[in-house]
Design a binder for this molecule. Structure first.
Ligand SMILES: [Zn+2]
Length: 156
């Protein structure tokens, strides 16, 4: 899902959380996590297209799905399980719970919007499939093959 939609969703979810619980920490953590999780795209873009990618190229590469392999280290339901355990150990700290909520709504929106396979957002399943983009995100291949293909030298 594109950044403006994640910003809108995070704003709405965080607003509801603040209205319901009057906790800035809970709302802020949900808002920030719901957006910043996508920073893990940087790793995949730089691994496949080099470190000299500018911000416009970064968004074009992501929006046209120009990946052979994709790790997306932060995009995994597994983190929700581990994060729930961490939040429990932290005594359900509002920042920890907010981060979990941000992660959960981000993954849910990505899963609905980007994936035709419910396993796509399991990190272990992507690993099992060697992080092959076409296998893990077959729904997104229409953006990859239906658009102009960019090679590293095209964007530098
Ligand atoms: Zn995402």
């Amino acid at each position: 899902m594109k950044l403006p939609y994640h910003i809108a969703a995070s704003t709405a979810v965080s607003g509801v959380l603040y209205l319901a619980f009057k906790s800035w920490g809970l709302a802020a953590a949900s808002f920030l996590t719901g957006i910043l999780i996508d920073l893990d795209h940087l790793h995949d873009v730089m691994r496949e297209h080099g470190k000299a990618v500018n911000i416009q190229d970064f968004f074009r590469i992501c929006e046209t799905a120009q990946f052979n392999r994709i790790v997306l280290i932060c995009h995994g339901w597994e983190w929700l399980v581990l994060g729930t355990a961490a939040a429990w150990f932290a005594g359900w700290n509002p920042w920890a719970v907010g981060a979990l909520i941000g992660l959960a709504h981000h993954l849910a929106l990505d899963a609905v919007h980007n994936s035709s396979d419910p396993r796509s957002y399991f990190l272990l399943w992507r690993w099992k499939n060697n992080f092959d983009f076409d296998t893990c995100f077959s729904k997104m291949t229409k953006y990859k093959y239906g658009s102009v293909s960019y090679s590293p030298k095209d964007i530098n």
